[in-house]
Design a protein around this ligand. Structure first.
Ligand code: R5P
Length: 310
């Protein structure tokens, strides 16, 4: 294949995102190519970013798990690309951090969702992400002033459940989960329940599972957008013991799995755990790929002419 002299978009993966960027470029044909980005950490913790000089509009590819460590080099990379002549700089961030702190829950707290949105919006022209945690902020545009596009994980999650789980009963662990649980339940034609959750602290969560006799023999599928400490799912798993249902499955969009989260889910009774690859799934977690959905959305989000990509 002869490569056009200049790509229409260059994808710069932050460290750890190389496979994600390659998968997108492979789906989008020769107009979209990956380019080099190197990050050096000095012994004192400062970072030095180096990028391959851009020949086209650029997009950084960086999923935002561990955002505090990533954000300074990410913003420096964006500004460096612009200084070196990139005519536009976008961000492909399958997991978008800081969306859960969407209001001040106590006096004096930062509304991190709004502040982080302001930070990213002032360095990037556009953002492509996957199901950000939209709850009290109901649309990204309410806080992000850049051009944004949200890819929904419901279709790939539903395909995985339909292929892998016999007679599912979808369980949403809290009110926020209703939106994605309802969508996936309709796609797999399964019954659903949504619980009430109280969070008393980072690692302290309670909820109450109702009677399940109507669902005997079904496989409970706990579905949430994020598993972080794993407590939200674990507290539901623990209540499923002895209820006459098949071994439980956990399915999440963004598997952050902080600390011992995965071990907790196993100990609480999760027979299988699956998540999308918005964040690389750890060993033992089944992967639900998103590159097809991201590749479909990327050209329009990046403003590429229609005929550019297959
Ligand atoms: C919260 O509203 C989210 O939808 C998740 O339920 C939550 O982030 C899960 O957190 P954890 O795994 O720490 O309980």
């Amino acid at each position: 294949m002869t490569l056009a002299p200049h790509p229409a978009l260059q994808l710069y993966p932050m460290p750890g995102n190389e496979a994600r960027a390659e998968a997108l470029a492979a789906r989008l044909g020769p107009a979209v190519r990956t380019a080099g980005l190197w990050l050096h950490r000095f012994p004192d913790g400062e970072s030095l970013v180096r990028v391959q000089p851009p020949e086209a509009p650029a997009a950084l590819v960086c999923t935002l798990r561990d955002p505090d460590a990533l954000s300074v080099p990410l913003l420096m990379a964006a500004d460096t690309l612009r200084e070196l002549g990139a005519t536009g700089v976008g961000l492909v961030a399958p997991y978008l951090a800081y969306m859960r702190q969407d209001r001040a829950f106590e006096a004096g707290q930062a509304v991190s969702a709004r502040l982080y949105a302001r930070l990213l919006s002032s360095h990037f022209d556009w953002l492509l992400t996957v199901d950000p945690h939209l709850h009290r902020i109901d649309r990204l545009e309410r806080v992000y002033t850049l051009r944004s596009r949200v890819v929904h994980a419901a279709a790939p999650l539903a395909r995985w459940i339909a292929a892998e789980v016999a007679r599912p009963l979808l369980i949403g662990p809290d009110a926020e989960s209703r939106q994605w649980v309802a969508d996936v339940a309709a796609r797999v034609d399964a019954p659903m329940l949504v619980l009430d959750k109280q969070r008393h602290g980072d690692l302290d969560v309670s909820s109450r599972l109702p009677g399940l006799s109507a669902w005997a023999g079904r496989t409970p599928v706990l579905l949430d957008d994020i598993a972080s400490s794993g407590r939200t799912l674990a507290v539901v798993l623990e209540q499923l013991h002895g209820r006459g249902l098949a071994p439980a499955v956990c399915v999440v969009t963004h598997g952050l799995f902080a600390g011992d989260a995965l071990q907790r889910l196993r100990e609480a009774g999760a027979a299988r755990v699956a998540c999308t690859d918005s964040v690389d799934p750890p060993a033992g977690v089944e992967r639900i790929a998103l590159d097809e959905e991201l590749a479909l959305a990327l050209p329009e989000t990046a403003g590429l002419p229609k005929e550019t990509c297959p």
